[in-house]
Design a protein around this ligand. Sequence first.
Ligand code: ADP
Length: 264
Amino acid sequence: MSNSGDQAVIAIENARLFTALQEKTRELEMASRHKTAFLANMSHELRTPLNAVLGFTRIVLRETRAQIAPKQTENLEKIQASTRHLVGLINATLDLTRIEAGRVEIVASELALGALVDECLRSVEPLAADGVSLHARLPPGLPPLRVDVEKLHQILLNLLGNAVKFTEQGTIELRAAIGDGNIEIEVEDSGIGIPPDKLEAVFEEFEQVDASHTRAHGGTGLGLAIARRLARAMGGELVAVSALGVGSTFTLSLPLRWSEPGEA
Ligand code: ADP
């Protein structure tokens, strides 16, 4: 065949492959939309009866505590704890689905970081082991940030919640530093640490270093997967360094001022 004949055959084949690829992409997008819709509906359907179980268990506990044996109270509390865990899993799965489907919208507003940090510390303080010192060290004159406050709140709560969960003694400290157009927020703990071969895996869905520890302390294995995706959606990054038996530091970096992609 002539040279131009060869080229025509290649061009036709390329066009055929391109059309097939477009078709496959459309099918995958459709499947992904169905998956998201299914998960959204399913989690709604599951959440409603689970909240009923939680509510009624709370009533039974309140009304009968004085009349039933301590063992029965304990059993009711176990029902409550398991149900809370399930609701947490469902909420986290839904969060992850939304993010995977590219449905995270950044709603930016002005924030004084100190106020949000104080609120997060107050939320996790009751969960800290006795004798663990939990505090923040923010530089003076921190400028106001322009961030998605709700998402930053969720990330900080996850990092501080983990620090508290995996630290039996010593210190948990949140620090912030301003870089070139960025803010770096570090959460450092003197907890059990993460083995080097698991340091990246903990950002994957359902990855936990030690499931038995989690059974004792609660957790879904989804928190860090969500936190890293949220950080990236906000134009930032979340990384960790850790030494087994010494402690871990999670560093979140974010643009000081969020602007829509394409915005000056
Ligand atoms: P969860 O805490 O709900 O299990 P995460 O995704 O937040 O899920 O964390 C995944 C795993 O990473 C945890 O189960 C734990 O093994 C490990 N991990 C996270 N934070 C810390 C920390 N500060 N110290 C030690 N291990 C940690």
